[in-house]
Design a protein around this ligand. Structure first.
Ligand code: T5A
Length: 214
């Protein structure tokens, strides 16, 4: 049986990692097999590319260069981690995936070229469900900075106008694919966001499985 592929998208500090962790714990408590992973990253090669993109002094401003690097990392991740986990029947929870490339690199290159690069990186794999954790970038950046680790990454350093455009692009993607996306107000408190996510996952994938009211 093929597993389920769920992605979490949104701007900086929207709470994606927090909610991935919470949902994983919940699903594991139901006895389900869960694979938690992230992008860029998830394999040694992809984590090395992550280091290059996010921290390298010479990180490129060119959209195609960025998209190609994310796609190379993603392809390794899809082939080595995500597809095998799905084939083993796992629920795969992924912190960012191809929609991040659409939102972050989309304003820097033609759409047809972007989609070609994305198709190569994903190997044609699409999420079954995508949570868009949406909030004003000012709030997300402030959250991200409040647990500041010393150095802002390549994209956190970008100006507010860029992050507003990223948000606009995510919202447009969600509007264009309402069957896949669930729009979440990520400015609500952590527990409220988690409860919304839990109820969507139960309704979509666990109906009739008697998971109770946990
Ligand atoms: N990128 C990525 C691209 O440009 N193209 C691509 O194709 C891909 C895949 C990745 C960067 O790469 C770019 C996008 C990014 O700029 P990253 O470090 O993975 O870098 O960046 P983020 O995914 O943005 O990670 P963050 O950790 O900054 O954000 P999260 O995961 O959304 O937020 P989280 O859960 O770590 O929470 C941030 C803080 O807020 C608190 C948490 O406790 C934490 O302190 N928090 C809340 N506070 C109040 N209310 C809530 N509801 C909260 N939820 C969490």
């Amino acid at each position: 049986m093929r597993g389920v592929f769920i992605t979490f998208e949104g701007g900086e500090g929207a709470g994606k990692s927090t909610q991935v962790r919470r949902l994983a714990l919940l699903l594991e408590s139901y006895g389900l097999s869960v694979t938690v992973t992230r992008e860029p990253g998830g394999t040694p090669l992809a984590e090395a590319i992550r280091g290059l993109i996010l921290t390298h002094e010479a990180a490129s401003e060119d959209g195609l260069t960025q998209a190609l690097l994310f796609a190379a990392a993603r392809r390794d991740h899809v082939l080595r981690v995500i597809r095998p986990a799905l084939a083993a029947g796992h629920i795969v929870l992924c912190d960012r995936f191809a929609d991040s490339t659409r939102a972050y690199q989309g304003s820097k290159m033609p759409e047809a070229e972007l989609e070609q690069v994305i198709a190569l990186g994903t190997d044609g794999l699409k999420p079954d469900l995508t949570f868009l954790l949406d909030l004003p970038p000012e709030v997300g950046l402030e959250r991200a900075r409040s647990r500041f680790t010393g150095v802002e990454d390549t994209f956190e350093r970008s100006n507010l106008g860029f992050h507003r455009e990223v948000r606009r692009r995510f919202l447009a993607l969600a509007e264009a694919e309402p069957a896949r996306f669930v729009h979440i107000d990520a400015s609500r408190d952590e527990a409220h966001v988690a409860e919304t996510i839990r109820s969507v996952v139960r309704a979509k994938f666990m109906a009739g499985q008697g998971d109770g009211e946990r």
